[in-house]
Every structure is written in C-alpha cells, then in structure tokens.
Design a binder for this molecule. Structure first.
Ligand code: APR
Ligand code: PHB
Length: 398
C-alpha cells in the first residue's frame, strides 16, 4: 500500500478535471488527477463543439488559449430551419457583440493534456478501483489501484469531475442528495466527416416533419452532423448513405443541394437527458461538470457548464488555500446550481421546440410551429434565445 498526500484530489481527466487542474496549478495549489481510462481513450471520445466566451476566456486563463485562438471559428449567428425555410438569428447583434466559438471538446481536452505533460503535472491514468473515503471529515482520501499496486491519496478536498457514470456522486449517501431527471424519447445519431461544413459560420438547427437535424463543424475541413433518431435504432442500422440522404431531407432545399458528403470517421448514437444532482458539495467533496448535471446537447451547454463549474470551484479553492477563507467553498454549490438550472431550462426549451415528440402530433406540432414563427419575428424572444446561446454571465442576479 503506497501512501501520498496532496491538497486537491481530482477524479476524472475530462474537460472538468483537466481545466480544474490547470487553474489550481497556476495558483500554486497541489493536486493530482486520477483517471480510470487511458489518455488515448479519453481523447477518442467525440463530444461537443461550441464554446461560450466564458469558456474561451477560461482556456486563456488556464494558459491553453492558443489552440482555440488559432483553430476556433467565431460565429455571430445561428440558423433555424423549419417549413423548408432558413431563418438567421443574429446572436451577436442581439447581445451587444457576444459570440460563440466552434472548437471541439476533443481539441480542448488535447490542449489541456499537452499542457499537463509539458508541466509534468501528476496524472494517474488507467487507475482501477477508485474509491472515495472520509470526505465528511477533515481528512478525506482517495484509494485506487495502479499496475496492481494499491494507493492511498490523502488530501484536503476531492473534486468529483468523473462524469455522469463516475464514482464521486455514487459515493454520496442517498439521503444526502436529490436527483432531478428527464429522459427524452429519442436519441441523436452523430456523424463526424472530413468534409467542408455546409454552414461554416453558423450552426444550423432544423425542425422538420421527419425530425430534428443539426449541422455543425470542427474546422473548415471537418464537419459534425446529427439527426434525431428513435432510441431503438442501432448505429449499424445507419449506413453513411442513409445518413446523408436523411440529413438532406431535413434541411432546406438550398442547403441540401450544397451539402458535401463523405465517409464517416465517427458515427454514434447518444440518448438525451436532463439531469441535476443537488447539492454539488458534500463536506470535502465537490462535484463539477457531468458528475453533477447533464443537459440535452441541443443548446451546446454541457462543456460550457463544466467550464463555469470549474471557474467557481477553482476560485473557491484558491480563496480557501491562499486567503484561508471558506466563503467561496461554502457558496460553491448554490452559485454553480443557479447557472446550471438556467442552462438546463434553455437546453430543455430548445430541445422541446426543435424535436419531433411521439405524443405531440396535432396540437403539440402546431404549438411548435407557432413558437418558431413567433421566435423568428420577435426581437424579444430572439434576444432571449441569443443571450442564453452565447452564455449567461458568471455573475448574475438570482
Ligand atoms: N475513476 C476515475 N475516473 C473516472 C471514473 C472513476 N470511477 N469514472 C469516470 N471517470 C473519468 C472518465 O473516464 C472521464 O475521462 O472521468 C472523466 C469524466 O469526463 P466527462 O464525462 O467528459 O465529464 P466532464 O469532464 O465533466 O466534461 C463534461 O463532457 O460528456 C461531455 O457533454 C459533456 O461536454 C460535456 C463534458
Ligand atoms: C457540435 O458541434 O457537436 C454541436 C454544436 C451545437 C449544438 C450541439 C452540438 O447545439
């Protein structure tokens, strides 16, 4: 049994854990990241691709802003397609100049991993049997097995950045946590392809009578597309050709015509859910990112909420260690949840507006059409969409 000590034990080397580690290191706070998968496995996961300005600023604060500056694509608008017509929503004009940046989570993760390696920071990959202990005391510890050797990491705090299926939230006594969940009756079939995006400066969201579709990008030569599909579908049910044909049928004729297709380099089906665990702090254990909440990907909020959680948590831990003040850590859960619930609302609203629901034909369908028609003709509702899409400020009245 090997014993070691650090100030903050971070569980998970996804965007949350890596970003938290970078910010703690910059403030001179010792930490260790414990990750159950290999680095290649973590990098192989294809996830989101739109960053709020808050997230871009955080990458610069963490010292990894060069990647997004050089490889990111600034977007000033989004496009809504319904009834075969495309409607731009000028998010930048509607928010006095705010933008979003198209830059993949894989690239964010890669940038943060590369920095960790360059700085020689302590990251334990392929850690098995990770368990959390005594986080309701002043002496929490994380135990894990690495290459057959058992380790005990003594620490002051544990940051559960281990995602929806992680061990951190699962270690909290059931009576101490409240979970809120909504599972949607469909999935998203996503395709990554090395073809130029059909829309390089605006994400396209389509509500068609065949279901939802989304046109996004990772760069000027790599596109990311999605179509809503039944939860019963399997990836093997969808050839590339079937995917491209279906995507075209859900877009307006001009965009369908201009679509450049090619072989998929990644193809997967993901379920959609809204989920929040309250609170996000349990003694010396804090939850951040997907460990605490999940949003349907429609509003592109997952990665951005992970970033804002990490901003709040890193500031709180830095205040504790460097100013010996518990104020930040005592307010972390309440502060993070205020922004989480606003993003949950927006993601639920956009998902409900843009997808075909099995039980909402007829009247429900007419409500969607009426709201979309109102949205594209109302400055007020367009502004509401825009200010949520670019990301609410980190500090807002709640
Ligand atoms: N022990 C150690 N590591 C674990 C454990 C465990 N028991 N369980 C999970 N992990 C690791 C996973 O292997 C993963 O690398 O924790 C990491 C969690 O990363 P994410 O799931 O990406 O969560 P997060 O870092 O909060 O990032 C949120 O990722 O899933 C997307 O849409 C989501 O964009 C959002 C972002
Ligand atoms: C993506 O690029 O994966 C993406 C973009 C916008 C969304 C969801 C996903 O709303």
């Amino acid at each position: 049994m090997s014993n070691s000590r650090t100030q903050v034990a971070i569980i998970g080397a996804g965007p949350s854990g890596l970003l938290l580690g970078a910010l703690l290191h910059k403030a001179g706070i010792e930490h260790v990241i414990i990750e159950r998968q290999s680095p290649d496995y973590v990098l192989s996961r294809i996830r989101a691709g739109i960053l709020e300005q808050v997230s871009v600023d955080l990458l610069h604060e963490a010292g990894v802003g060069d990647g997004v500056s050089q490889g990111g694509t600034i977007h000033h608008s989004i496009e809504l397609v319904f009834k075969n017509t495309r409607h731009p929503i000028e998010v930048t004009k509607l928010t006095d100049g705010k933008v979003v940046t198209a830059y993949g989570q894989t690239e964010v993760t890669h940038d943060l991993m590369k920095q960790r390696q360059r700085l020689g920071l302590d990251t334990v990959y392929s850690a098995a049997d990770v368990s959390l202990h005594d986080f309701d005391s002043a002496s929490p510890q994380v135990r894990y097995v690495k290459d057959g050797v058992s380790h005990v990491l003594h620490c002051d705090f544990i940051a559960g950045c281990d995602g929806f299926h992680g061990v951190a939230r699962a270690s909290v006594p059931k009576e101490a946590i409240t979970e809120y969940e909504k599972v949607y009756p469909f999935g998203w079939l996503g395709v990554l392809a090395d073809v130029p995006p059909v829309s390089s400066h605006a994400i396209v969201y389509a509500n068609s009578d065949r279901g939802f579709a989304l046109c996004s990008m990772r760069s000027m030569t790599r596109s990311r597309y999605y179509v809503q599909c039944p939860l019963s579908d399997k990836v093997e049910d969808w050839s590339d050709q079937r995917f491209w044909d279906e995507l075209r049928k859900r877009l307006d004729p001009d965009m369908a015509e201009r679509m450049i297709t090619g072989a998929s380099i990644e193809k997967s089906i993901a379920p959609l859910r809204s989920f929040v665990a309250e609170p996000m702090r349990f003694g010396r254990l804090f939850l951040a990112g997907d460990a605490a909440h999940i949003v349907p990907p429609t509003g592109a909020k997952g990665l951005n909420l992970a970033a804002s959680d990490v901003k709040y948590l890193s500031s709180a831990l830095i205040e504790y260690f460097n100013e010996r003040s518990p104020v930040g850590i005592d307010h972390y859960s309440q502060r993070a949840l205020a922004r989480v619930w606003r993003a949950e609302r927006f993601s639920w609203w956009l998902t409900t507006l843009m997808h075909r629901f099995p039980d909402s034909a007829g009247f429900g369908q007419k409500m969607q059409e009426a709201e979309l028609d109102y949205l594209v003709h109302s400055q007020a509702l367009s502004t509401s969409l825009a200010e949520n899409y670019v990301g609410l400020p980190l500090n807002f009245a709640s």
